[in-house]
Design a protein around this ligand. Structure first.
Ligand code: ZN
Length: 315
């Protein structure tokens, strides 16, 4: 048997056919996401799945489950998606839409941050661990929490909003959730993107633009990391501040959940050589028991969402 995993994101939909026994990706592709149009996206997904299966001489009869990872809040039964602003989806029964297209195949839906954690649990850095938290550092700060070998989704079953934990009681920057002091305002990759762009606008310092390959729109968190690793003082300060806030978030997670491992994912982990040793040191300095928790970079990058989505029904 195989499984099909789908990771729906605001810019693209990643789809993969995965070996049931070991999580090996047999074939995969990314197709464009069409904002707000569930029918057209479903139809494109169906065409892609047919193509990927036939490339492996398979049909839908060989598929154990189609697993879907989505950003946004799911209802208690994991059928209806709410407030997925990036997708233009609100109050859509996404499970029913898929069941209409694939009437004879099991459909399973999971939050995308949870999907990435499930992928690491079965095949990556959480393998053999019973409790772990995966932080996805991107536009926001997402988290998938696994406690005692179970995905922990809270009393309403719609996931844990670690990105909106309050880490700055005096914070005066408004978060996308409407609140102040949220972790993701200070710890997302986007926060570094914005600060770096602002620094360039204020100083016009040529080294910033050069490091970003000469393009203003390419000035981002990676530019900050690259410049900090070259000891460019304003970037060192900026990244140090980011590390301080991220370490506070991680320390809180360790105190609340007592996981064995904290995993870090998202594009920014490409700069791990610069920030990870500093982050680990900062976290340890704030913990009561210093060597209790491991902080590791996620093994699966862009494929984690669709692989984890395909295995979510086993959790
Ligand atoms: Zn918030």
């Amino acid at each position: 048997m195989v499984r099909v995993g789908i990771d729906i994101g605001g810019s693209s939909i990643k789809i993969g056919v995965i070996e049931d026994t070991n999580g090996e990706v047999l074939s995969k592709e990314a197709i464009p996401f069409i904002y707000g149009n569930i029918k057209e996206n479903c139809s494109n997904i169906k065409s892609s799945i047919d193509k990927l299966l036939s490339a492996n001489n398979l049909t839908l009869k060989d598929v154990y489950v189609i697993g879907l990872g989505v950003p946004g809040v799911l209802d208690k039964n994991k059928e209806i998606i709410h407030n997925a602003y990036n997708l233009g989806f609100n109050n859509i029964n996404i499970k029913k839409e898929f069941e209409n297209i694939f009437p004879n195949t099991k459909i399973s839906i999971v939050n995308d941050a949870d999907a990435a954690a499930i992928c690491e649990y079965y095949f990556g850095i959480f393998k053999g661990k019973s409790s772990a938290v995966l932080l996805t550092i991107g536009t926001g700060l997402g988290a998938g929490v696994i406690l005692s070998n179970k995905l922990f989704c809270g009393s309403k079953n719609n996931g844990i909003e670690i990105g909106h934990m309050k880490i700055d009681a005096k914070g005066d920057i408004r978060c996308t959730c409407g609140s102040l002091g949220c972790a993701e305002i200070y710890t997302s990759a986007k926060s570094l993107d914005d600060k770096m762009k602002n620094l360039y606008k204020q100083t016009g310092d040529k080294i910033i633009l050069d490091t970003a390959g000469g393009e203003m729109e390419n000035i981002n968190a990676k530019t900050a990391m690259d410049l900090a690793s070259k000891n460019y003082e304003p970037a060192v300060k900026m990244v140090d501040e980011w590390i301080n806030y991220l370490s506070s978030a991680i320390v809180n997670i360790c105190l609340f959940y007592d996981p064995e491992v904290i995993g870090l994912g998202g594009g920014i982990v490409a700069s791990k050589d610069y920030f990870l040793p500093k982050l680990i040191e900062k976290v340890k300095s704030q913990l009561i028991i210093k060597d209790e928790y491991e902080i590791k970079i996620a093994k699966y990058g862009n494929d984690a969402g669709f692989i984890g989505a395909a295995f979510a029904c086993d959790m």
